[in-house]
Design a protein around this ligand. Structure first.
Ligand code: ADP
Ligand code: MG
Length: 322
């Protein structure tokens, strides 16, 4: 059935159940003029938003509605994680074409509820409008953080290590593979595509790292761009050792068009974390969830990439909307 036939209220009814996964923090969810939330006690509140636009961030023939719903929320939870916080509530606004099938929306909300359940986040409201243009999906997210664990971009200082979580570059490689629309993909290629369509926000890891990190950013636009943001905000020089950038097994196994490091540096949408920390070996390092890729050194603000005997300035290239 087309959305046109179901109507705005029918559609909201079809998506509005099973949306509360952290009941203690919500007084009123979907169904009134505004959601009513209990503010966190003795914590700072975090508030962010991120939007996905059809044909800019996704195309309907390369992502399933369920994955699209998952990703819309994932990118927002990642922004809260990057502040060292825990996401608590989301609202979703969407502009949809009336001829779109209702199942597109109900499946998309399944994906949204999947990730909300996974991270204990409530979906407490939104707005639904029609459009003749591309689909627009916007999420706004609330989160909370203990003030001593807040991670800004501006806290790095000389001597700190620069580290990243897990591996980087998979999502950009997956995006490239997806756009080739091949009839079949290898196991390695499928893993890269999964990293692109259903990125996992590093909420739990961020909370642990927040106890000792000095600055943090999520990798939405590639390491080159994100490291420059840390360097600029902190007013420091960062040196990254190219050989230390962690690539996944899938990345190593797949055959790709570009130099593999380029996906990590200039790709994006990994939603891993780049952060700085005092140079102390920790349990997390031993657990292999994080890799030290460089350090904060004396000098003017900026990022330099060491590649063997050569060191070159790493410019914040990557995807930019304008
Ligand atoms: P109002 O006219 O007060 O803006 P709406 O009719 O737009 O209310 O929405 C009714 C209820 O449904 C509100 O609680 C709103 O938060 C919720 N809602 C509307 N669209 C969505 C959506 N896309 N996702 C989740 N909740 C939604
Ligand atoms: Mg409304």
């Amino acid at each position: 059935m087309a959305i046109r036939e179901l109507g705005e209220f029918g559609l909201i009814d079809a998506i509005g159940d099973n949306t509360i996964f952290r009941p203690e923090s919500v007084v009123v969810g979907i169904g009134d003029d505004a959601a009513v939330i209990r503010p966190p006690k003795d914590k700072l509140e975090l508030f962010a938003t991120d939007m996905l636009v059809e044909n800019v961030h996704f195309t309907c023939d390369t992502i399933r509605p369920r994955d699209l719903g998952y990703k819309t929320i994932a990118v927002n939870l990642s922004d809260i994680a990057a502040m060292g916080g825990r996401p608590t509530q989301v609202v979703i606004s969407m502009a949809l074409r009336p001829d779109l099938d209702t199942s597109f929306v109900t499946e998309m909300y399944q994906g949204m509820k999947d990730i909300c359940r996974q991270f204990g986040v409530n979906l407490v409201g939104g707005d639904t409008v029609s459009t003749k243009g591309p689909i627009v999906l916007n999420c706004a997210v609330l989160g909370e953080v203990e003030s001593q664990h807040l991670q800004k971009r501006s806290g790095a200082s000389v001597g700190d290590w620069v580290a990243v979580t897990n591996t980087v570059g998979d999502s950009a490689a997956g995006c490239e593979l997806l756009l080739k629309k091949k009839a079949s993909y290898t196991e390695a290629e499928k893993k890269l595509i999964t990293a692109h369509v259903t990125p996992c926000p590093q909420v739990e890891l961020a909370e642990r790292l927040a106890c000792y990190a000095t600055s943090m950013n999520d990798v939405s636009d590639g390491l080159a761009s994100e490291s420059n943001e840390l360097a600029k905000a902190s007013g420091v020089r960062i040196r990254i050792d190219k050989a230390k950038i962690p690539l996944s097994r899938a990345m190593t196994d797949a055959s790709l068009d570009k130099d593999k490091i380029d996906y990590a540096l200039y790709g994006g949408e990994d939603y891993q974390l780049i952060f700085t920390m005092p140079p102390i070996r920790t349990q997390e390092l031993i657990d292999n969830e994080i890799t030290v890729i460089g350090e904060v050194v004396e000098g003017d603000a900026g990022v330099f990439l060491a590649d063997g005997n050569q060191t070159v300035r790493l410019l914040p290239k990557g995807y930019q909307h304008f």
